[in-house]
Design a protein around this ligand. Structure first.
Ligand code: EPU
Length: 420
């Protein structure tokens, strides 16, 4: 079993570059199957999830190549593609569900293994299904698969999502762009990764109005064309490095970011006492004192991202003062808090609130990184804990962070990947 061995490390200092966003690239790869021919994606992160999505697309009949040296993925989509996503891939990566909209739009049918719940929550699919049914799909489940059929093709519809779900917005939008007629989709998610997907769909020939707002008006087109697209920067990876700078009282310049996608996160970090400067695609975060505790409430964008909640709890656990962190997206995302408590953090959960009383220092111990963000946060905590921390289940971190250890050691952290 592999683990990260983390030692207390002085202020992290230096430069780090963020790649394209995991939560965008996976959907852009899925969207590529809607157009026959060669789609090229640049600024692609070197993460496990990209390899899983590549394998899924290959099984649908696409030729997929990932050139790591140039951070480019090419997807050559044949005239006829398969319509099935198998359980062995879906269980490894939940985002496999994002081929559902594209497949039903392109083939009129999709058989997708049901992903089930995962470490951060039960993660329903009802909003995806309600949207697709409105567009003319019949949906049922059989032997662990979701069977979706649109025998008479898809037709535009007025849809109001119960909740601005990221995944449901993506699936419904991808289906609607190839449906017959107009769709009006209300209460959509507005995450920068959704904007990125819509921008790519428009380049492919889709007609979408209202991109970035909570209502999308879509006029269906008959066919989409392949395109070339640069993946939006990963605001969660950028936020993780910014939080590392604050926690270690360091000075990090993060390159390749889009600061306008991170306004609330940067505001919260300023409230901890950090100095933050942004120039074009560079963000400099420096900290000269122990951080002040800040309250956090996670919400759909432009609210505070749930994917930075664990990192902020780690920060608050060594801050001066107490804070309340409220998680509104995933019911099990506080699971990692028990691991943080093993490092001596003073944390108390009450429903979807977590009270954190800051301590001067944490205490190294073996802990389990239960999901991608939990794993990264425990490593950050290990940097400010005495002695040695071992974070296990590192495969979760590999799913979302390219060259995690190399980036940290480049900033002066004492972190190694070891066999346990
Ligand atoms: N939900 C339903 N029914 C649905 C869809 C969603 O009840 O049909 C619930 C979910 O169970 C959850 C909430 O709505 O409680 C939000 O889920 P959403 O659909 O918005 O999230 P997602 O599409 O499953 C993506 C990211 C997550 C990120 C969330 C929220 C990808 C691959 N995943 O998940 O990223 O936390 O949006 O921003 O894009 C991560 O990267 O660590 C991660 C978990």
């Amino acid at each position: 079993m592999e683990a990260f061995r983390v030692e207390r490390s002085g202020p992290l200092k230096g430069d780090v570059r963020v790649p394209g966003a995991k939560n965008s690239v996976l959907k852009l790869m899925a969207a590529a199957v809607m157009a026959e021919g060669l789609t090229t994606l640049t600024n692609v992160p070197q993460i496990l999830d990209v390899e899983i999505m590549a394998e899924l697309l290959r099984r649908l009949g696409c030729k997929v190549e990932h050139d790591i040296a140039t951070s480019t993925v090419t997807i050559d989509v044949p005239a006829k593609i398969g319509h099935k996503a198998d359980y062995d891939l879906v269980r490894k990566m939940r985002a496999s569900i994002s081929v559902l909209g594209p497949l039903v739009a392109r083939c009129g049918e999709a058989d997708i293994a049901l992903p089930g719940g995962d470490a951060i929550g039960s993660r329903g699919l009802d909003i995806h299904m309600q949207g697709l049914e409105k567009l003319g799909c019949h949906v049922h489940s059989e032997h662990g698969y979701l069977i979706v059929r649109a025998e008479n093709g898809l037709s535009g519809a007025n849809i109001a999502l119960d909740f601005p779900s990221v995944g449901a917005t993506e699936n419904v939008v991808m289906a609607a762009v190839l449906a017959k007629g107009n769709s009006n989709i209300d209460n959509v998610a507005r995450e920068p990764e959704i904007v990125d997907l819509c921008n790519m769909l428009v380049k492919m020939g889709a007609k979408i109005n209202g991109i970035g707002s909570s209502v999308l008006e879509i006029t269906g087109v008959k066919k989409l064309n392949p395109t070339t697209h640069n993946v939006v920067p990963d605001r969660i990876v950028a936020g993780t490095w910014a939080i590392a700078a604050v926690m270690t009282q360091g000075d990090i310049t993060i390159h390749g970011v889009k600061p306008s996608d991170m306004e609330l996160v940067l505001e919260k970090l300023r409230d901890t006492g950090a100095e933050i400067k942004s120039v074009e695609d560079r963000l400099n975060v420096s900290m000269h004192t122990r951080p002040k505790a800040v309250d956090i409430v996670t919400l759909p964008y432009p609210g505070f991202p749930t994917d930075l909640q664990p990192q902020m709890i780690a920060l608050n656990s060594i801050a001066t003062g107490s804070s309340m962190v409220t998680e509104n997206l995933f019911e099990a995302r506080f699971r990692f808090v028990n691991e943080l408590a093993r490092l001596g953090a003073d944390v108390k959960i009450n429903g979807h609130h977590c009270l954190v009383r800051g301590k001067e220092i944490l205490s190294g111990a073996p802990v389990e990184g239960t999901d991608v963000r939990a794993g990264a946060s425990l490593v950050l905590a290990g940097l400010v804990a005495d002695d040695v921390t071992y974070v296990t289940e590192v495969h979760h971190v590999d799913r979302g962070y390219s060259n995690f250890v190399e980036n940290l050691t480049g900033l002066g952290a004492n972190v190694k990947r070891v066999e346990m």
